[in-house]
Write a protein that binds this ligand. Structure first.
Ligand SMILES: Cc1cc2nc3c(=O)[nH]c(=O)nc-3n(C[C@H](O)[C@H](O)[C@H](O)COP(=O)(O)OP(=O)(O)OC[C@H]3O[C@@H](n4cnc5c(N)ncnc54)[C@H](O)[C@@H]3O)c2cc1C
Length: 419
């Protein structure tokens, strides 16, 4: 390590900035090998670190207690000798001076710093977007606020047919709401899934009573104090009691940028999640890490990357030799459908979709492939309700296996035979 671990007591050994999963897992990673170094956790939110997937699923539907989203209870932090600075965002970073300033004016001097500042929901910038009843879903209190409004018969307009939009649509339908999704593109999740699989998602939701307005955006939101309707770019007015905006997220790179640390769609790190600044690491949604397998930097906005990347960063900060090289992975639950996806299709890649099984039965797999040699190479694969397959998908991607297209498409050929 090139950081000075023998500096005076005024320096905190590890400062973690962030209150999400990556931050919490980093503490676990540090404590695996360093049980005594001082740790301070600095977070903007006035609560302990928590995971976000339940906010649009179990907790939103009332199936799970919101408290189950916390990664650890308060005692765990005390037991692991972690000083908590909740509700106190870091406002500036001096990377050369190893100093972090917090909103209350505190200056923290650190040996090693983790930036796990995650992402923020992108704002919908149209007239009326600040009316009461226009909601976002990123933080715990937003999930609670939305849950209170998802009552039987409520008219919900969801803006954006991405993961958050679709999961909210499913929760709202299960709560008995009338749901319309407005999406400028021609299908849900078009950028990730392509037309064919995107169309399957649309059918899944239509089958549960969701209406879609594809090819339309939001012109303005109407209401006096509270929202009453959404005017789309086609001029139609959709009556609404609640509007949920899910139009993507932006990585919180401000601290790094202010400190002159390189960012490029995320904070740029090597494959041990270290930035080029001495003693500074980044992990989770905010990090663009060097993937050895993919041969490029990638930024992944999903749970597994926060979980595994946070742990890896903590280990690396504590001096373990770490190469963080997962095949990117995510999951989603909508109605009675559970899915997992592994792999990475770089933007602009002309990948063909190979289906395995019949989508109409809600049990199938999809692979995104490119031609190679006598067959095809799998860039990514997803299963819908075909459990225990994702390890094989990850192997196909990692090993860059060239497979026969027909065998890939044939549900009677075990995936393990192809890997
Ligand atoms: C509703 C919802 C549902 C999701 N469902 C799924 C799913 O089903 N599957 C899946 O794979 N992924 C899902 N995700 C994505 C997943 O939750 C994220 O990838 C994950 O939360 C990223 O964790 P993180 O720790 O990197 O960042 P975050 O969880 O965003 O946490 C970052 C934290 O840093 C804090 N922070 C920011 N700036 C500062 C600062 N200057 N000083 C101090 N603190 C700061 C923030 O307040 C926040 O607490 C979901 C996300 C949401 C919002």
């Amino acid at each position: 390590m090139d950081t000075d671990t023998t500096a005076g007591p005024e320096r905190t050994a590890y400062v973690i900035v962030g209150g999400g999963l990556a931050a919490a897992k980093a503490i676990e990673g540090i404590r695996e090998s360093d049980t005594t170094g001082s740790i301070v956790l600095v977070t903007e939110e006035d609560r302990l670190p928590y995971e976000r997937p339940p906010l649009s699923k179990g907790a939103l539907k009332g199936d799970d207690e919101l408290e189950s989203a916390y990664t650890h209870d308060r005692d765990w932090y005390a037991d692991h000798d972690v000083e908590l600075r909740l509700g106190t965002p870091a406002t500036s970073l001096d990377a050369e001076g190893h100093a972090l300033t917090l909103s209350d004016g505190t200056a923290l001097s650190y040996e090693r710093l983790l930036l796990a500042t995650g992402s923020s929901a992108r704002a919908l910038e149209v007239p009326g977007a600040d009316l009461d009843g226009v909601l976002y879903l990123r933080e715990m209190q937003e999930s609670e606020a939305l849950k209170a409004r998802l009552t039987d018969g409520a008219r919900v307009v969801v803006v954006g047919a991405g993961w958050i939009g679709l999961e909210v649509a499913a929760a709202a339908r299960e709560a008995g709401c009338a749901v319309t999704v407005v999406e400028p593109q021609a299908a849900p999740l078009l950028g990730v899934m392509g037309e064919q699989v995107g169309a399957w998602f649309a059918e899944l939701h239509r089958g549960h009573g969701v209406e879609f307005r594809f090819g339309e955006g939001v012109e303005r939101i109407e209401g006096d104090d509270a929202v009453t309707g959404v005017v789309t770019t086609s001029g139609d007015t959709l009556p609404a009691d609640v509007v949920v905006v899910g139009v993507g997220i932006t990585p919180n790179t401000g601290l790094a940028e202010g400190a002159g640390i390189r960012t490029d769609n995320g904070i740029v790190t090597d494959s041990s999640l270290r930035t080029a600044a001495d003693g500074v690491w980044a992990a989770g949604d905010v990090a663009s890490w060097r993937s050895v397998t993919l041969g490029t930097n990638v930024r992944v906005e999903h749970w597994a990357n926060a979980n595994d990347g946070g742990l890896a960063a903590g280990r690396s900060m504590a001096g373990q030799d770490v190469t963080y090289d997962p095949v990117p992975f995510f999951f989603s639950d909508q109605y009675d459908v559970g899915l997992e996806y592994a792999g990475h299709v770089a933007r602009g890649t002309d990948a063909e979709v190979v289906l395995r099984g019949e989508p109409s039965g809600n049990e199938f797999m999809a692979f995104w492939v490119v031609p190679e040699g006598d067959g095809v190479r799998v860039l990514a694969g997803m299963h819908v309700n075909v459990w225990d397959t994702i390890d094989d998908v990850q192997r196909l991607v990692r090993d860059r296996t060239v497979v026969e297209r027909d065998r890939l498409a044939d549900p009677d050929v075990a995936l393990s035979e192809l890997t």
